[in-house]
Design a protein around this ligand. Structure first.
Ligand code: OAD
Length: 250
C-alpha cells in the first residue's frame, strides 16, 4: 500500500451533493486516543472473558469484580483526549443540515470533542444507575465497592451489557438517521455486535451510499460501496479538508 493517501474522487463528488449524513462509530475511533479496542490481537476480549465482565449475570455473581473493571476503564477514558478523528467529525457536522453520530463507545469522546448530535447506543461510563429500580446516579467520588441505591439495590455503570436492550430513544434516533441518510459512514467498528452493526445495512436498504473507514476488512466490507482501510485519525482530517473545498465550490 502506498503511503500517500488520496480521498477517492467519487466520494468527494457525493459529499458535494448530499445533505443527510449519518455516522456509526466503534472502539477503533478512540484507539488513537489510547482507549483499547475489543477485538483483534490486542483487543480486550482476547485477554478477558466478556461474559464475566459485561453481563448482568457477571455483576450479580461478582459485583466487586465488574465494578472494579469499569472503574479502571473509566480512569483510562477520563485521562485521554479526543483525537483528530473525533475533531474532524465536529467539523463535518457543521457542513450538513442533517448529521448525526451513533456511537457504540461509552467514553463520551465525541461529545467532549464538541459533536452535537450523538446517540450513545451502549450508554456512558460516567453515568450509573440502580440495577433494581433504575434510578440514575452521578457519583462524585470514586467508590471502591458498588454503592447501594436508596431502594437497597446495587448501583451499576449505565452501560449496555450483553443480553440487554439498547436505550430506546438513542436507538430509535440512530435507526431513523440510518434509514433517511443519503451517505452513511461506518468508522472503527468490527461490525459484529448487533443491533448496532445492523445500522449500515438499514442505510443500504434505503439506498444510502455506505462508506467504511476501518483499519482492516470487517463483516461490512463486502457490502459497503467503498471501504478505506487506514487509521480513522489519518483519513478523517484529510476527508474533511477535501469536503470543505468541494462544498465551497458548489
Ligand atoms: P471492536 O474492537 O470489535 O472493533 C474495532 C475495530 O476498529 C477493529 O475492526 C479494528 O481493526 C478497528 N480499528 C482499530 N484502530 C483503528 C483506527 N485507528 N482507525 C480505524 N479503525 C481502527 O470494537 P466495536 O466494533 O466498537 O460492546 O465493538 C462493538 C461492541 O463490542 C462494543 O461496543 C462493546 C464490545 O463488546 C459492549 O460492551 C456491549
Amino acid at each position: 500500500m502506498s503511503d500517500v493517501f488520496e480521498i477517492p474522487k467519487e466520494l468527494l463528488r457525493l459529499f458535494s451533493k448530499v445533505e443527510r449524513v449519518a455516522v456509526l462509530t466503534g472502539a477503533g475511533i478512540s484507539a488513537e486516543s489510547g482507549v483499547p479496542t475489543f477485538r483483534g490481537a490486542d483487543g480486550l476480549w482476547s485477554k478477558l472473558n466478556q461474559r464475566e465482565l459485561a453481563s448482568m449475570d457477571a455483576f450479580l455473581q461478582n459485583p466487586q469484580r465488574v465494578w472494579e473493571w469499569y472503574q479502571q476503564r473509566k480512569k483510562i477514558m477520563r485521562d485521554v483526549q479526543p483525537n483528530t478523528a473525533h475533531l474532524a467529525l465536529v467539523d463535518l457536522e457543521k457542513m450538513f443540515s442533517h448529521f448525526s453520530i451513533a456511537t457504540q463507545n461509552i467514553d463520551g469522546l465525541h461529545t467532549r470533542a464538541g459533536s452535537r448530535t450523538v446517540y450513545e447506543l451502549h450508554g456512558n461510563i460516567e453515568r450509573n444507575r440502580c440495577a433494581s429500580c433504575g434510578a440514575l446516579y452521578e457519583l462524585e467520588s470514586e467508590a471502591i465497592v458498588p454503592p447501594r441505591c436508596h431502594c437497597g439495590g446495587l448501583i451499576r455503570p449505565d452501560v449496555v451489557w450483553f443480553g440487554e436492550m439498547l436505550p430506546e430513544e438513542a436507538w430509535q434516533k440512530a435507526l431513523d438517521a440510518a434509514r433517511s441518510a443519503q451517505l452513511y459512514i461506518s468508522i472503527g467498528t468490527s461490525a459484529q455486535v448487533y443491533p448496532a452493526a445492523g445500522l449500515p445495512f438499514e442505510a443500504l436498504s434505503n439506498n444510502a451510499f455506505v462508506v467504511e473507514i476501518n483499519l482492516e476488512p470487517t463483516e461490512l466490507t463486502p457490502y459497503a460501496h467503498l471501504s478505506l482501510h487506514r487509521k480513522a485519525g489519518e483519513i478523517l482530517p484529510k476527508l474533511v479538508e477535501a469536503v470543505k473545498k468541494e462544498r465551497s465550490f458548489c
